[in-house]
Design a protein around this ligand. Sequence first.
Ligand code: ZN
Length: 137
Amino acid sequence: MSNCVFCRIVAKEIPATLVHEDEHTLAFMDIGQVNPGHVLVAVKHHAENIYALEDAQAAAVFRAAAKVARAIRGAFEPQGLSVYQANGAAAGQTVLHLHVHLVPRYEGDGMALTWPVKNPPREKLVEYAGKIKAKLG
Ligand SMILES: [Zn+2]
């Protein structure tokens, strides 16, 4: 038996309220429900984070996220919808099994993400892009 709570949900060892399932993903209600209709889309085969995803899993996660997001919009008619995915403790990841939050949003709903822009000079953007491109291969 896995100690990973999401692997146990995938294995149906722990109950969850499912909304969608396909070959690579399982979507279920987040027990916390930041707002009604808050869904998690998780990969079925354990991958700790975005770095560990195989290409087919990565494609499937966003395909499922878009599909379920449209259904949430149709069901709850929120003013907006946030897609949140965290990798590592510093990013706020608490369950070490890749998942994407789909959170219906409303003005003044209390959910916040601080976004402290630094607006570096263009030379810095070029420098940062160069570092990333060197790792893309
Ligand atoms: Zn897992």
